[in-house]
Design a binder for this molecule. Structure first.
Ligand code: ADP
Length: 494
């Protein structure tokens, strides 16, 4: 089914159309370089606006501005005041939710109803949760085995954080990095993906409106190789917080090693989503389809590898297909859309290359596989049944609406196969047998395991991967910890 885009209008509140957007530094948006990049609407291929490719000199100004705010007003602000301002920031995101949602729906192609019901509440929740922390960050007194000595620790911020975000969850990812980094007392230079910069720029304006001192939140737009590289290699950046592809994560890890910067990496996933025969099959299949096709599968924790006990394979497949048939492919701003396009023409071609590897392997494309519309970068929800564990469609992250479905016969066979992949981000288990659920969950090499549910997320619950999915947890106390260092003070009482 397809939705018509004819009657779509740009949102009334859309303030950035056809203007050039620069970096946001020291409290104001500023011209940021000689070249510009067109931002495309992935549902039509049309140009939405242009953003700046922020040049090295401007990146340097952004980092210097963040360093000044860290040494100055933000770094020395009393914790209770920092809490107040972060709550105010959360209020403003809520008050401007309708506008912010439009940017991510338009640039990312994501159905606006999903941005409103998923992305925005998650972003606000990050600020609300971490706004409670500044008055609770504590050191310790240390019981050293030395006479007449008082030893204590202080938890201190790192300094300037380079926050690098991907295009799939621009607002959420910005919030997941900004909220704990700021709560810990750091200042930030945020580099959003060049495909989806507008909501990040708008957030920087809201930070100022909330009363955060100029320089506390800065944004530099541009490509990874240009602007991003200039940012992560800047000597005054103390910490890189990155979410994106495994290849870029490895590159930034090496960069952090060279310049001895702190780094945390949230990378890809090829997540085993396991359905046992004794599960609530209708519910499990509904979740399986939802997580596979949500945001066209462009989600690191998508349940993209469905492993089904053989006895219920046919039932699960037909239920998943029914859900896929009911999806309405359309423009992000169209309220009837439930699935949008892929992010770019290049990305759709990459997904299609994976589909081309299926023929001759013994696996079959059960449904989907074609371009869904003439304009835009749409691809039908697709399922591949029966690929081997080593086939590229199983071993690699496709990041598209392509669900691979594999049967299994026993727990003994299942667990090593589910753990055979290079990634370890998330997993799901569906069964009515609690003992089986716990037995499998503890053996799965995944940072998060959902049982009889999938994709639940909360600012209080640590989230992050094992193996090639990276390291450093988001959310919860662990999410704050990675933006803090420890200082130990020894004092002689002799
Ligand atoms: P994705 O395809 O999920 O966007 P990428 O790893 O390509 O994943 O990009 C994630 C983010 O990392 C984007 O903001 C991108 O511009 C940025 N990026 C890519 N290469 C670099 C780099 N060398 N230095 C800094 N940032 C980079």
């Amino acid at each position: 089914m397809t939705a018509t885009t004819e009657s779509l209008m740009l949102p009334q509140t859309f303030k950035f159309t056809s203007a050039e957007h620069g970096a946001f530094i020291d409290g104001t948006e500023t011209a940021a370089g000689v070249s510009t990049i067109d931002t495309l609407d992935p549902a039509t291929g049309r140009v939405i606006t242009t953003i700046a490719e922020t040049d090295n000199e401007t990146v340097d100004r952004a980092v210097e501005s963040a360093a000044r705010a860290f040494e100055g007003e933000w770094g020395t602000m009393l914790p209770a005041r920092r809490e107040e301002l972060l709550h105010r920031f959360a209020d403003l995101i809520e008050e401007n939710a309708a506008e912010l949602a439009q940017y991510d729906a338009l640039e990312g192609g994501k159905p606006i109803s999903h941005v409103e019901s998923v992305d925005l509440p998650l972003a606000v929740e990050q600020f609300r949760y971490y706004a409670g922390w500044p008055t609770k960050i504590q050191g310790a007194t240390v019981p050293v085995s030395t006479s007449d000595t008082h030893v204590y620790t202080r938890r201190i911020p790192l300094g300037v954080v380079a926050a690098i975000t991907p295009w799939n969850f621009p607002l959420c990812q910005a919030a997941i990095k900004l909220a704990p980094a700021l709560a810990a007392g750091n200042t930030v230079v945020l580099k959003p993906s060049e495909l989806t910069s507008l909501s990040s720029l708008r957030l920087a304006h809201l930070a100022i409106e909330a009363g955060l001192p100029a320089g506390t939140v800065n944004v530099v737009t541009g490509t990874g190789a240009g602007t991003g590289q200039a940012l992560v290699s800047h000597p005054k950046v103390a910490k890189i917080s990155f979410t994106g592809s495994e290849a870029t994560g490895r590159h930034l890890g090496a960069e952090a090693g060279r310049s001895l910067k702190h780094i945390s990496l949230e990378l890809g996933g090829k997540n085993p989503h396991i359905i046992f025969a004794d599960a609530d099959i209708a519910k499990a299949a509904a979740y399986a389809a939802t997580t596979a096709y949500f945001y066209s599968g462009q989600v690191c924790f998508s349940g993209s590898r469905l492993m089904v006990e053989r006895a219920v394979l046919d039932d699960v497949l037909s239920a998943v297909e029914e859900h896929a048939d009911a999806l309405v492919l359309g423009h992000g701003l169209d309220r009837s859309s439930t699935m949008g396009p892929l992010s770019s023409a290049t990305h759709r071609e990459k997904v299609e290359r994976y589909l081309n590897t299926v023929s001759g392997t013994g696996a079959t494309v059960a449904f989907g596989g074609s371009r869904a519309k003439e304009s835009g970068y749409f691809l039908e929800p697709t399922a591949i049944v029966g690929p081997a564990d080593t086939d590229p469609v199983v071993a690699e992250e496709i990041f598209g609406p392509v669900l691979v479905i594999q049967p299994f016969d026993s727990i003994e066979e299942l667990v090593p196969r589910a753990n055979s992949g290079q990634y370890g981000l998330t997993a799901g288990v569906w069964t009515r047998d609690a003992r089986k659920a716990h037995t499998v969950a503890r053996q799965l090499q995944a940072g998060t395991v959902w049982v009889n549910t999938y994709a639940d997320y909360n600012a209080a619950a640590p989230f992050g991967g094992f193996k090639n999915s990276g390291f450093g947890k988001d959310c919860g106390p662990a999410g704050l910890d990675k933006f803090l260092d420890t200082q130990t003070v020894w004092m002689s009482l002799a």
